[in-house]
Design a binder for this molecule. Structure first.
Ligand SMILES: Nc1nc2c(c(=O)[nH]1)N[C@H]1C(S)=C(S)[C@@H](COP(=O)(O)O)O[C@H]1N2
Ligand SMILES: [Mo]
Length: 199
């Protein structure tokens, strides 16, 4: 869809540079959560995609596992200034989950078990840029890092990668999420250092 390509504002890193402005590299994997870690048994886990017309597509854990998996290796950039290079994930591309979803919406509100939300343009979730990740480094994704499954949108600051993801809501209008409502940038491109509103 043409509007999807037009809406994508992410920048590619300059050749030879992996560290966005203002970031430092860490080899650890910090845990950043705004609240307690929800524990969702895989048997109870569900992910829904809801369109602006109210149509809902739901996957349970077996349904997610039945979809083709990818193993992206990506760099992570947190707005608190740490970056972690070459992280290895396993998950399902959003392209697969959205393939049969009919929508004219351009905005997505992502919701999580535990109540966290974040907003992302639909254009930033398609064309190989985002995954529902359930594995990290060849093991199950740890609960602290969003297991059983989290969104992974590595070209935006990591607060957009909602842990314990539960819903993908396609919306006609843009609804700010948890951090976006608290003064963080609506889009969050690390290469343009879009940390806070007005950056
Ligand atoms: N559900 C949920 N997702 C979340 C958060 C959160 O508090 N709740 N924190 C965000 C922030 S600010 C960051 S930096 C990353 C941290 O991911 P990590 O704990 O796996 O490093 O998760 C993001 N996703
Ligand atoms: Mo963060």
């Amino acid at each position: 869809m043409t509007f999807i390509s037009r809406g994508f504002h992410g920048r590619r890193p300059p050749a030879g540079t992996k560290l966005p402005p203002g970031q430092y590299e860490t080899t650890g994997f910090p845990v950043l959560s705004a609240g307690p870690t929800p524990r969702i048994p895989k048997d109870d886990w569900k992910l829904s995609v809801t369109t602006e017309a109210g149509n809902q597509h739901v996957w349970d854990w077996a349904g997610l596992m039945a979809l083709p998996a990818e193993s992206p290796t990506v760099d992570l950039h947190c707005v608190t200034k740490w970056s972690k290079f070459d992280t290895e994930w396993q998950g399902v591309s959003l392209d697969v989950l959205l393939a049969d979803v009919e929508t004219d919406a351009e905005n997505v509100l992502v919701t999580s078990y535990g109540g966290y939300t974040t907003n992302i343009p639909l254009a930033d979730l398609v064309d190989g840029k985002a995954w529902i990740a359930y594995g990290y480094g060849g093991s199950d994704l740890a609960p602290e890092h969003g297991g059983p499954a989290r969104l992974l949108v590595p070209h935006l600051y990591l607060w957009k990668s909602a842990k314990w993801v539960r819903g993908i809501e396609l919306r006609q209008s843009d609804t700010p999420g948890f951090w976006e409502s608290a003064g963080y940038h609506n889009y969050g491109d690390p290469w343009r250092e879009q940390r806070y509103q007005g950056d």
